[in-house]
Write a protein that binds this ligand. Structure first.
Ligand SMILES: O=C(CO)COP(=O)(O)O
Length: 150
């Protein structure tokens, strides 16, 4: 695979996702970082987004609920370069019926090299980084050279 450099913008499109047992922690985290989050664009899987909006008053674009296709919608947006950062509090203690979707979302986030945080301490470090409010160059697959080689 060839790679090219591509920038993430200073104002980031932040995807927020939490499994049911982690939703309280996600809401708590959003309340803690509310001011910072207002300076970025938020989107989320359906239930997570609704609960964040209700608890924090933040404006969140809501996709479908995760088990009904929301994780896949998010994966498609990441592939299209429409998501800059993923905060995904997945549940390490319960199996999920839509585990293939969860795995696919995490895989595509790794493939397109966007920053991903899967727990509160990683998410804290991520949003406290000076890079949160700066343009961030990162390597992504060079799609044109990939196509040319097929
Ligand atoms: O299941 C999810 C992620 O895998 C989250 O979906 P909801 O936000 O709709 O609960």
């Amino acid at each position: 695979m060839e790679f090219i450099s591509k920038a993430l913008p200073a104002r980031k499109r932040v995807a927020l996702v939490a499994h049911d047992n982690r939703k309280k922690a996600m809401i708590q985290w959003c309340l803690q970082h509310r001011d910072l989050l207002t300076r970025h664009t938020l989107l989320a899987t359906g239930t997570t987004g609704g609960k964040i909006e209700e608890a924090t008053g933040l404006d969140v674009e809501k996709l479908l609920s995760g088990p009904l296709g929301g994780d896949q919608q998010l994966g498609a947006k990441i592939s299209e370069g429409q998501v800059d950062l993923l905060i995904f509090f997945w549940d390490p203690f319960e199996p999920m019926p839509h585990d293939p979707d969860v795995k696919a979302l995490l895989r595509i986030a790794a493939a397109w090299n966007i920053p991903v945080a899967c727990n509160q301490s990683s998410a804290d470090m991520m949003v406290r980084s000076p890079l949160m409010n700066q343009v961030l160059e990162r390597d992504v697959p060079d799609y044109q050279s990939y196509l040319a080689g097929r």
